[in-house]
Design a protein around this ligand. Structure first.
Ligand SMILES: *[C@@H]1O[C@H](CO)[C@@H](O)[C@H](O)[C@H]1NC(C)=O
Ligand SMILES: *[C@@H]1O[C@H](CO)[C@@H](O)[C@H](O)[C@H]1NC(C)=O
Ligand SMILES: *[C@@H]1O[C@H](CO)[C@@H](O)[C@H](O)[C@H]1NC(C)=O
Ligand SMILES: *[C@@H]1O[C@H](CO)[C@@H](O)[C@H](O)[C@H]1NC(C)=O
Ligand SMILES: CC(=O)N[C@H]1CO[C@H](CO)[C@@H](O)[C@@H]1O
Length: 386
Protein backbone atom coordinates (compact mmCIF):
# COMPACT_ATOMS: atom_id res chain seq x y z
CA UNK A 1 0.00 0.00 0.00
CA UNK A 2 2.81 2.31 0.89
CA UNK A 3 4.71 1.84 -2.39
CA UNK A 4 1.52 2.41 -4.34
CA UNK A 5 1.02 5.73 -2.50
CA UNK A 6 4.60 6.77 -3.29
CA UNK A 7 4.09 6.00 -6.97
CA UNK A 8 0.94 8.06 -6.99
CA UNK A 9 2.77 11.01 -5.41
CA UNK A 10 5.52 10.78 -8.01
CA UNK A 11 2.87 10.84 -10.72
CA UNK A 12 1.33 13.92 -9.21
CA UNK A 13 4.67 15.72 -9.07
CA UNK A 14 5.23 15.05 -12.75
CA UNK A 15 1.79 16.41 -13.56
CA UNK A 16 2.55 19.67 -11.70
CA UNK A 17 5.96 20.17 -13.30
CA UNK A 18 4.48 19.76 -16.78
CA UNK A 19 1.98 22.47 -16.01
CA UNK A 20 4.75 24.71 -14.63
CA UNK A 21 6.64 24.21 -17.90
CA UNK A 22 3.59 25.28 -19.92
CA UNK A 23 3.19 28.36 -17.72
CA UNK A 24 6.80 29.46 -18.28
CA UNK A 25 6.32 29.25 -22.06
CA UNK A 26 3.56 31.89 -22.00
CA UNK A 27 4.33 35.62 -22.81
CA UNK A 28 4.60 37.81 -19.69
CA UNK A 29 1.24 39.59 -20.07
CA UNK A 30 -0.12 40.34 -16.63
CA UNK A 31 -3.71 39.40 -17.36
CA UNK A 32 -2.68 36.13 -18.85
CA UNK A 33 -0.41 35.46 -15.86
CA UNK A 34 -3.28 36.18 -13.49
CA UNK A 35 -5.57 33.91 -15.52
CA UNK A 36 -2.99 31.18 -15.49
CA UNK A 37 -2.45 31.60 -11.76
CA UNK A 38 -6.19 31.14 -11.32
CA UNK A 39 -6.09 28.02 -13.50
CA UNK A 40 -3.14 26.75 -11.44
CA UNK A 41 -5.00 27.36 -8.23
CA UNK A 42 -8.01 25.47 -9.58
CA UNK A 43 -5.74 22.58 -10.62
CA UNK A 44 -4.20 22.43 -7.17
CA UNK A 45 -7.70 22.45 -5.70
CA UNK A 46 -8.80 19.57 -7.93
CA UNK A 47 -5.69 17.58 -7.06
CA UNK A 48 -6.29 18.20 -3.37
CA UNK A 49 -9.89 17.01 -3.69
CA UNK A 50 -8.90 13.87 -5.56
CA UNK A 51 -6.18 13.20 -2.97
CA UNK A 52 -8.81 13.42 -0.25
CA UNK A 53 -10.96 11.05 -2.30
CA UNK A 54 -8.00 8.68 -2.59
CA UNK A 55 -7.35 8.83 1.12
CA UNK A 56 -11.05 8.18 1.58
CA UNK A 57 -10.83 5.07 -0.65
CA UNK A 58 -7.74 4.00 1.25
CA UNK A 59 -9.57 4.10 4.53
CA UNK A 60 -12.39 2.05 2.99
CA UNK A 61 -9.80 -0.54 1.88
CA UNK A 62 -8.38 -0.56 5.39
CA UNK A 63 -11.84 -1.18 6.80
CA UNK A 64 -12.41 -4.09 4.38
CA UNK A 65 -9.03 -5.60 5.27
CA UNK A 66 -9.62 -5.31 8.98
CA UNK A 67 -12.92 -7.13 8.63
CA UNK A 68 -10.88 -10.17 7.40
CA UNK A 69 -8.62 -10.21 10.44
CA UNK A 70 -10.78 -12.60 12.49
CA UNK A 71 -10.50 -15.14 9.61
CA UNK A 72 -6.71 -14.90 9.73
CA UNK A 73 -6.74 -15.65 13.43
CA UNK A 74 -8.43 -18.99 12.71
CA UNK A 75 -5.44 -20.16 10.64
CA UNK A 76 -2.75 -22.02 12.59
CA UNK A 77 -0.28 -19.34 13.55
CA UNK A 78 2.38 -21.49 15.17
CA UNK A 79 4.80 -24.02 13.74
CA UNK A 80 1.95 -26.44 13.05
CA UNK A 81 1.13 -25.13 9.60
CA UNK A 82 4.63 -26.12 8.46
CA UNK A 83 4.72 -29.43 10.28
CA UNK A 84 1.23 -30.81 9.64
CA UNK A 85 0.77 -32.49 6.24
CA UNK A 86 -1.90 -30.89 4.02
CA UNK A 87 -5.31 -32.11 5.22
CA UNK A 88 -6.68 -32.25 1.67
CA UNK A 89 -4.48 -33.56 -1.14
CA UNK A 90 -6.55 -32.14 -3.98
CA UNK A 91 -5.46 -28.65 -5.00
CA UNK A 92 -5.69 -26.50 -8.11
CA UNK A 93 -2.01 -25.61 -8.45
CA UNK A 94 -0.56 -25.95 -11.93
CA UNK A 95 2.53 -28.15 -12.29
CA UNK A 96 4.69 -25.05 -12.42
CA UNK A 97 3.15 -23.71 -9.21
CA UNK A 98 3.36 -27.09 -7.49
CA UNK A 99 7.03 -27.69 -8.38
CA UNK A 100 7.87 -24.21 -7.16
CA UNK A 101 5.99 -24.69 -3.91
CA UNK A 102 7.51 -28.16 -3.37
CA UNK A 103 11.04 -26.83 -3.71
CA UNK A 104 11.00 -24.87 -0.44
CA UNK A 105 13.10 -26.68 2.07
CA UNK A 106 14.83 -25.86 5.32
CA UNK A 107 18.51 -25.07 5.35
CA UNK A 108 18.97 -25.83 9.03
CA UNK A 109 19.95 -29.41 9.76
CA UNK A 110 17.96 -29.95 12.96
CA UNK A 111 14.17 -29.97 13.14
CA UNK A 112 12.70 -27.94 16.03
CA UNK A 113 10.08 -30.66 16.67
CA UNK A 114 10.04 -34.43 16.95
CA UNK A 115 10.11 -35.53 13.34
CA UNK A 116 9.26 -39.17 12.71
CA UNK A 117 10.46 -39.91 9.16
CA UNK A 118 7.87 -41.57 6.93
CA UNK A 119 7.89 -43.66 3.77
CA UNK A 120 5.78 -42.13 0.99
CA UNK A 121 4.27 -44.85 -1.19
CA UNK A 122 3.49 -43.24 -4.52
CA UNK A 123 1.07 -45.24 -6.67
CA UNK A 124 1.37 -44.44 -10.37
CA UNK A 125 -1.70 -46.19 -11.78
CA UNK A 126 -4.08 -46.38 -14.71
CA UNK A 127 -7.16 -46.58 -12.52
CA UNK A 128 -8.22 -49.00 -9.81
CA UNK A 129 -5.89 -50.69 -7.32
CA UNK A 130 -6.76 -54.39 -7.58
CA UNK A 131 -4.17 -55.37 -4.95
CA UNK A 132 -5.28 -52.69 -2.46
CA UNK A 133 -6.30 -55.27 0.16
CA UNK A 134 -2.77 -56.67 0.27
CA UNK A 135 -1.31 -53.18 0.77
CA UNK A 136 -3.92 -52.45 3.47
CA UNK A 137 -2.74 -55.49 5.35
CA UNK A 138 0.91 -54.57 4.84
CA UNK A 139 0.41 -51.03 6.22
CA UNK A 140 -1.97 -51.96 9.05
CA UNK A 141 -0.69 -50.89 12.46
CA UNK A 142 2.01 -48.56 11.13
CA UNK A 143 0.11 -45.29 11.03
CA UNK A 144 2.44 -42.30 11.31
CA UNK A 145 5.28 -44.11 9.55
CA UNK A 146 3.97 -43.93 5.99
CA UNK A 147 1.88 -41.83 3.62
CA UNK A 148 0.09 -42.86 0.45
CA UNK A 149 -0.36 -40.92 -2.80
CA UNK A 150 -2.26 -42.06 -5.88
CA UNK A 151 -1.78 -40.62 -9.37
CA UNK A 152 -4.33 -42.33 -11.64
CA UNK A 153 -5.51 -41.48 -15.15
CA UNK A 154 -7.22 -38.06 -14.72
CA UNK A 155 -10.62 -39.47 -15.73
CA UNK A 156 -10.51 -41.87 -12.79
CA UNK A 157 -11.75 -41.08 -9.30
CA UNK A 158 -10.61 -43.46 -6.59
CA UNK A 159 -13.35 -44.44 -4.14
CA UNK A 160 -12.18 -46.02 -0.94
CA UNK A 161 -14.03 -46.35 2.37
CA UNK A 162 -13.09 -43.92 5.15
CA UNK A 163 -11.11 -46.59 7.03
CA UNK A 164 -8.91 -47.38 4.01
CA UNK A 165 -5.28 -46.21 3.78
CA UNK A 166 -6.17 -45.09 0.24
CA UNK A 167 -9.11 -42.92 1.34
CA UNK A 168 -8.79 -39.44 -0.23
CA UNK A 169 -5.16 -40.00 -1.16
CA UNK A 170 -5.62 -39.15 -4.84
CA UNK A 171 -3.61 -36.19 -6.16
CA UNK A 172 -4.42 -34.01 -9.20
CA UNK A 173 -3.22 -36.00 -12.20
CA UNK A 174 -2.66 -35.81 -15.93
CA UNK A 175 -2.30 -38.39 -18.71
CA UNK A 176 1.02 -40.26 -18.48
CA UNK A 177 2.26 -42.11 -21.56
CA UNK A 178 4.78 -44.92 -21.34
CA UNK A 179 8.22 -43.93 -22.62
CA UNK A 180 7.37 -40.22 -22.88
CA UNK A 181 8.06 -37.11 -20.80
CA UNK A 182 4.46 -37.11 -19.54
CA UNK A 183 5.48 -40.21 -17.55
CA UNK A 184 8.34 -38.35 -15.86
CA UNK A 185 5.99 -35.40 -15.29
CA UNK A 186 3.60 -37.72 -13.44
CA UNK A 187 6.45 -39.08 -11.31
CA UNK A 188 7.59 -35.54 -10.54
CA UNK A 189 4.02 -34.61 -9.63
CA UNK A 190 3.91 -37.50 -7.16
CA UNK A 191 7.26 -36.48 -5.67
CA UNK A 192 6.24 -32.82 -5.40
CA UNK A 193 2.94 -33.61 -3.67
CA UNK A 194 4.70 -35.98 -1.29
CA UNK A 195 7.38 -33.37 -0.53
CA UNK A 196 4.65 -31.07 0.82
CA UNK A 197 4.62 -33.33 3.90
CA UNK A 198 7.84 -32.42 5.71
CA UNK A 199 7.91 -35.82 7.45
CA UNK A 200 8.17 -37.87 4.26
CA UNK A 201 11.77 -39.04 4.04
CA UNK A 202 11.78 -41.98 1.60
CA UNK A 203 9.83 -41.96 -1.63
CA UNK A 204 8.86 -45.26 -3.23
CA UNK A 205 7.31 -45.35 -6.70
CA UNK A 206 5.01 -48.33 -7.21
CA UNK A 207 2.27 -49.32 -9.63
CA UNK A 208 -1.06 -51.09 -9.20
CA UNK A 209 0.66 -54.39 -10.07
CA UNK A 210 3.41 -54.11 -7.41
CA UNK A 211 3.48 -55.99 -4.12
CA UNK A 212 5.67 -55.68 -1.02
CA UNK A 213 7.89 -58.74 -0.38
CA UNK A 214 8.48 -58.22 3.37
CA UNK A 215 6.55 -56.86 6.33
CA UNK A 216 6.50 -53.14 7.00
CA UNK A 217 9.03 -53.24 9.85
CA UNK A 218 11.61 -54.99 7.69
CA UNK A 219 11.13 -52.61 4.76
CA UNK A 220 11.22 -49.55 7.03
CA UNK A 221 14.49 -50.59 8.63
CA UNK A 222 16.04 -51.56 5.26
CA UNK A 223 15.28 -48.10 3.86
CA UNK A 224 16.10 -46.11 6.97
CA UNK A 225 19.45 -47.80 7.53
CA UNK A 226 20.61 -47.61 3.93
CA UNK A 227 23.34 -45.16 3.02
CA UNK A 228 22.10 -45.20 -0.56
CA UNK A 229 18.99 -44.52 -2.57
CA UNK A 230 17.75 -47.24 -4.85
CA UNK A 231 17.61 -45.87 -8.35
CA UNK A 232 18.47 -48.36 -11.07
CA UNK A 233 21.32 -46.86 -13.11
CA UNK A 234 23.73 -48.66 -15.41
CA UNK A 235 25.87 -47.76 -18.36
CA UNK A 236 24.70 -49.91 -21.27
CA UNK A 237 27.12 -49.57 -24.22
CA UNK A 238 24.66 -51.16 -26.67
CA UNK A 239 21.98 -49.70 -28.97
CA UNK A 240 19.34 -49.64 -26.19
CA UNK A 241 21.66 -47.72 -23.84
CA UNK A 242 24.28 -45.35 -25.25
CA UNK A 243 22.64 -45.91 -28.63
CA UNK A 244 19.75 -43.70 -27.46
CA UNK A 245 22.01 -40.82 -26.52
CA UNK A 246 21.76 -37.65 -28.63
CA UNK A 247 24.85 -35.43 -29.06
CA UNK A 248 22.70 -32.30 -28.63
CA UNK A 249 22.42 -33.06 -24.90
CA UNK A 250 26.07 -32.19 -24.47
CA UNK A 251 27.55 -30.53 -22.43
CA UNK A 252 24.88 -30.68 -19.68
CA UNK A 253 24.56 -34.43 -20.23
CA UNK A 254 27.87 -36.03 -21.30
CA UNK A 255 27.67 -39.53 -22.78
CA UNK A 256 29.93 -40.88 -20.01
CA UNK A 257 27.16 -40.06 -17.49
CA UNK A 258 24.35 -41.46 -19.65
CA UNK A 259 22.50 -44.10 -17.63
CA UNK A 260 19.59 -46.46 -18.01
CA UNK A 261 17.40 -47.92 -15.30
CA UNK A 262 13.96 -49.15 -14.34
CA UNK A 263 11.50 -46.38 -13.50
CA UNK A 264 10.52 -48.04 -10.17
CA UNK A 265 12.72 -46.22 -7.69
CA UNK A 266 13.18 -45.52 -3.99
CA UNK A 267 14.90 -42.21 -3.21
CA UNK A 268 15.40 -40.09 -0.13
CA UNK A 269 14.15 -36.55 0.45
CA UNK A 270 17.32 -34.90 -0.80
CA UNK A 271 17.19 -36.73 -4.14
CA UNK A 272 13.45 -36.06 -4.44
CA UNK A 273 14.20 -32.36 -3.99
CA UNK A 274 16.99 -32.58 -6.57
CA UNK A 275 14.54 -34.00 -9.11
CA UNK A 276 11.75 -31.54 -8.33
CA UNK A 277 13.99 -28.49 -8.61
CA UNK A 278 15.58 -29.52 -11.91
CA UNK A 279 15.25 -27.05 -14.75
CA UNK A 280 18.67 -27.75 -16.30
CA UNK A 281 18.34 -31.31 -17.59
CA UNK A 282 14.58 -31.34 -18.15
CA UNK A 283 14.56 -29.34 -21.42
CA UNK A 284 17.44 -31.43 -22.81
CA UNK A 285 15.63 -34.71 -22.18
CA UNK A 286 12.30 -33.34 -23.30
CA UNK A 287 13.67 -32.25 -26.64
CA UNK A 288 16.32 -34.87 -27.40
CA UNK A 289 15.09 -38.07 -25.76
CA UNK A 290 11.97 -39.12 -27.63
CA UNK A 291 11.00 -42.64 -28.68
CA UNK A 292 12.90 -44.80 -29.45
CA UNK A 293 14.69 -43.06 -26.57
CA UNK A 294 12.37 -43.93 -23.67
CA UNK A 295 12.88 -40.94 -21.41
CA UNK A 296 11.45 -42.57 -18.24
CA UNK A 297 14.37 -45.05 -18.37
CA UNK A 298 17.04 -42.35 -18.65
CA UNK A 299 16.11 -38.95 -17.23
CA UNK A 300 16.27 -39.57 -13.45
CA UNK A 301 19.11 -42.16 -13.49
CA UNK A 302 21.26 -39.88 -15.66
CA UNK A 303 20.61 -36.57 -13.91
CA UNK A 304 21.18 -38.13 -10.48
CA UNK A 305 24.40 -39.79 -11.71
CA UNK A 306 25.60 -36.31 -12.64
CA UNK A 307 24.31 -34.53 -9.52
CA UNK A 308 24.56 -37.06 -6.65
CA UNK A 309 26.46 -40.16 -7.78
CA UNK A 310 27.81 -41.12 -4.36
CA UNK A 311 24.39 -41.74 -2.81
CA UNK A 312 23.09 -43.99 -5.58
CA UNK A 313 22.91 -47.76 -5.11
CA UNK A 314 22.48 -48.02 -8.89
CA UNK A 315 19.97 -50.83 -8.47
CA UNK A 316 16.22 -50.97 -8.15
CA UNK A 317 14.43 -52.59 -5.19
CA UNK A 318 11.63 -53.82 -7.43
CA UNK A 319 11.91 -57.33 -8.80
CA UNK A 320 10.60 -57.86 -12.30
CA UNK A 321 10.86 -60.79 -14.70
CA UNK A 322 12.15 -59.97 -18.17
CA UNK A 323 13.15 -63.57 -18.88
CA UNK A 324 10.17 -64.23 -21.17
CA UNK A 325 11.43 -61.58 -23.62
CA UNK A 326 9.43 -58.91 -25.44
CA UNK A 327 8.82 -55.27 -24.64
CA UNK A 328 6.87 -55.94 -21.41
CA UNK A 329 7.86 -57.96 -18.35
CA UNK A 330 5.95 -61.06 -17.28
CA UNK A 331 2.65 -60.72 -15.40
CA UNK A 332 1.82 -63.30 -12.76
CA UNK A 333 -1.69 -64.50 -11.98
CA UNK A 334 -3.50 -66.88 -9.66
CA UNK A 335 -1.71 -70.08 -10.68
CA UNK A 336 1.78 -68.59 -10.36
CA UNK A 337 1.49 -67.73 -6.67
CA UNK A 338 3.30 -70.60 -4.94
CA UNK A 339 6.02 -70.94 -2.31
CA UNK A 340 8.50 -72.06 -4.99
CA UNK A 341 7.76 -68.94 -7.01
CA UNK A 342 8.74 -66.69 -4.09
CA UNK A 343 11.73 -68.93 -3.33
CA UNK A 344 13.01 -67.93 -6.78
CA UNK A 345 12.57 -64.21 -6.05
CA UNK A 346 14.26 -64.34 -2.64
CA UNK A 347 17.11 -66.59 -3.64
CA UNK A 348 19.99 -66.81 -6.06
CA UNK A 349 20.85 -63.13 -6.36
CA UNK A 350 23.61 -61.13 -4.74
CA UNK A 351 23.95 -57.42 -4.43
CA UNK A 352 25.47 -54.94 -2.02
CA UNK A 353 23.85 -53.11 0.88
CA UNK A 354 25.92 -50.44 2.66
CA UNK A 355 29.02 -51.90 1.03
CA UNK A 356 28.34 -55.49 2.08
CA UNK A 357 27.15 -58.48 0.09
CA UNK A 358 23.58 -59.47 0.71
CA UNK A 359 21.00 -61.72 -0.88
CA UNK A 360 18.20 -59.38 0.17
CA UNK A 361 18.11 -57.38 -3.04
CA UNK A 362 14.40 -56.76 -3.58
CA UNK A 363 11.70 -55.33 -1.32
CA UNK A 364 8.96 -55.13 -3.97
CA UNK A 365 7.94 -57.20 -6.99
CA UNK A 366 5.85 -56.81 -10.12
CA UNK A 367 3.80 -57.49 -12.18
CA UNK A 368 0.84 -59.17 -10.53
CA UNK A 369 -2.60 -59.52 -12.11
CA UNK A 370 -5.82 -58.93 -10.12
CA UNK A 371 -6.34 -62.71 -10.04
CA UNK A 372 -3.21 -63.02 -7.88
CA UNK A 373 -4.81 -61.16 -4.97
CA UNK A 374 -6.63 -64.06 -3.36
CA UNK A 375 -3.68 -66.52 -3.28
CA UNK A 376 -1.39 -63.64 -2.21
CA UNK A 377 -3.62 -62.90 0.79
CA UNK A 378 -3.44 -66.62 1.63
CA UNK A 379 0.31 -66.96 1.64
CA UNK A 380 1.27 -63.42 2.72
CA UNK A 381 1.47 -64.31 6.40
CA UNK A 382 3.71 -67.33 5.87
CA UNK A 383 5.85 -66.15 2.94
CA UNK A 384 5.90 -62.36 3.11
CA UNK A 385 5.67 -61.98 6.88
CA UNK A 386 2.48 -59.88 7.13
C1 LIG B 1 -7.23 -21.76 -7.66
O1 LIG B 1 -8.35 -21.36 -6.89
C2 LIG B 1 -8.28 -20.07 -6.36
C3 LIG B 1 -9.52 -19.80 -5.53
O2 LIG B 1 -10.01 -20.98 -4.99
C4 LIG B 1 -8.17 -19.05 -7.50
O3 LIG B 1 -8.00 -17.76 -6.95
C5 LIG B 1 -6.97 -19.38 -8.36
O4 LIG B 1 -6.89 -18.53 -9.47
C6 LIG B 1 -7.05 -20.81 -8.84
N1 LIG B 1 -5.81 -21.13 -9.56
C7 LIG B 1 -5.80 -21.80 -10.72
C8 LIG B 1 -4.45 -22.06 -11.30
O5 LIG B 1 -6.80 -22.24 -11.25
C1 LIG C 1 8.66 -58.81 10.25
O1 LIG C 1 9.49 -59.75 9.65
C2 LIG C 1 10.67 -60.04 10.43
C3 LIG C 1 11.56 -60.92 9.59
O2 LIG C 1 10.83 -61.82 8.83
C4 LIG C 1 10.28 -60.63 11.74
O3 LIG C 1 11.41 -60.92 12.52
C5 LIG C 1 9.38 -59.64 12.48
O4 LIG C 1 8.91 -60.22 13.68
C6 LIG C 1 8.21 -59.22 11.61
N1 LIG C 1 7.57 -58.12 12.26
C7 LIG C 1 6.26 -58.08 12.48
C8 LIG C 1 5.76 -56.87 13.18
O5 LIG C 1 5.52 -58.97 12.14
C1 LIG D 1 26.78 -45.87 -8.46
O1 LIG D 1 27.36 -45.29 -9.59
C2 LIG D 1 28.08 -44.08 -9.34
C3 LIG D 1 28.64 -43.56 -10.65
O2 LIG D 1 27.81 -43.80 -11.72
C4 LIG D 1 29.17 -44.31 -8.35
O3 LIG D 1 29.79 -43.09 -8.05
C5 LIG D 1 28.58 -44.92 -7.08
O4 LIG D 1 29.61 -45.22 -6.17
C6 LIG D 1 27.81 -46.19 -7.42
N1 LIG D 1 27.19 -46.71 -6.20
C7 LIG D 1 27.56 -47.83 -5.60
C8 LIG D 1 26.84 -48.20 -4.37
O5 LIG D 1 28.45 -48.52 -6.04
C1 LIG E 1 31.00 -59.92 -2.38
O1 LIG E 1 30.78 -60.82 -3.44
C2 LIG E 1 31.72 -60.78 -4.50
C3 LIG E 1 31.30 -61.75 -5.57
O2 LIG E 1 29.94 -61.82 -5.69
C4 LIG E 1 33.11 -61.07 -3.97
O3 LIG E 1 34.06 -60.91 -5.03
C5 LIG E 1 33.44 -60.10 -2.85
O4 LIG E 1 34.69 -60.45 -2.28
C6 LIG E 1 32.37 -60.15 -1.78
N1 LIG E 1 32.62 -59.14 -0.79
C7 LIG E 1 32.59 -59.36 0.53
C8 LIG E 1 32.89 -58.20 1.41
O5 LIG E 1 32.31 -60.45 0.98
C1 LIG F 1 25.32 -58.08 -8.57
C2 LIG F 1 26.42 -58.98 -8.19
O1 LIG F 1 27.17 -58.70 -7.27
N1 LIG F 1 26.51 -60.12 -8.87
C3 LIG F 1 27.53 -61.12 -8.58
C4 LIG F 1 26.87 -62.34 -7.97
O2 LIG F 1 27.79 -63.38 -7.80
C5 LIG F 1 28.43 -63.82 -8.98
C6 LIG F 1 29.34 -64.99 -8.65
O3 LIG F 1 29.80 -64.94 -7.36
C7 LIG F 1 29.21 -62.66 -9.59
O4 LIG F 1 29.83 -63.05 -10.79
C8 LIG F 1 28.26 -61.49 -9.84
O5 LIG F 1 28.99 -60.38 -10.29
Amino acid sequence: MQSRAVQLEEGKENGVSVRTGNYKAFPPKLLLVLGLFLAFAVTVFIISVSTIKYVGIQSVVTTVTSSFVPCRLEEPSGLDRWVQPPAVLMHNMTDEELLWRASFWPLRKEYPFKRVPKIAFMFLTKGPLPLALLWERFLKGHKGLYSVYIHPHPSFTAKFPANSVFHRRQIPSQVAEWGRMTMCDAEKRLLANALLDISNEWFVLVSESCIPLFNFTTIYSYLSRSKHSFMGAFDDPGPFGRGRYNQNMDPEVPITKWRKGSQWFEIDRDLAATIVKDTLYYPKFKEFCRPACYVDEHYFPTMLTIEKPAVLANRSLTWVDWSRGGPHPATFGRSDITEQFFGKIFDGRNCTYNGRNTSMCYLFARKFAPSALEPLLHIAHKILGF
